[in-house]
Design a binder for this molecule. Sequence first.
Ligand SMILES: [Zn+2]
Length: 280
Amino acid sequence: MPELPEVETIVNQLNHLLPGRRIASTWIGWERIVDRPAVGEFCQRLTGQVFASASRRGKFLLFALCSSDTLIVHLRMTGSLQVHPAACAPDKHTHAVMMMDNGQALHYRDPRKFGRLYLVDEPAEVVGRLGPEPLANDFDVATLACELGGRRARVKSLLLDQRVVAGLGNIYADEALFRAGIHPLRLGSSLTPGELARLRDGICSVLKQAVEAGGSTLRDYRSVGGQVGGFQERLEVFRQNGKPCPVCGAQLERIRVGGRSTHFCPHCQPPQGIRVQDKD
Ligand SMILES: [Zn+2]
């Protein structure tokens, strides 16, 4: 599933392709892909609009249009956006096509159909409850301490909660906790100031490096041009269970935390601070 680095990569690519392009027509092949407004209004309002710029909030893509409207896309598990020549017919997994005025078309493709499109005049009604942006300049230790401190939930689950930190998913939460040397079952409230500082640095460093590498492709993710990412080669713990830890050589393990597969090093991420009755 695309996380912050993958969505950021798509946004950067679309910012070279979309600004200034007018939407000549809008086709929806599967109506439930449109969350709001109703499909008829969605198509009518979108057609004729001009793309201004693309941006990202958490895992959402936001396309500012030259009216006051914003087109918002959430790719969820298997969604992708691609630009094709207008003559390119949508395949069976393509659920929306926006024909543009330059002979190209923006395709929304999603085999599992969990993604959603929104057309709103107030983006906050879709993205308003998201937590802080981890790549923003003001994402510091105090911000992270404010989100995690006092929370009696496991740090792995907290990192996946989009209201706590926006944009992290299963891959980068595991990688950030490994970099910080924090066991995924630790409670948010148990983290020391030093651990919070290491976690903040781990989140920022892994996300920045993954953006620079064009994201990670584990199965479905492709960028706008159909390319795979480059960061999957550099994942240190995610789906590496059974292999030696790249730091200490201990065998990496996998457990479930809040129903999600979680990968860690039992030596570099010691379980101190976990009370016996807290263990799953
Ligand atoms: Zn280790």
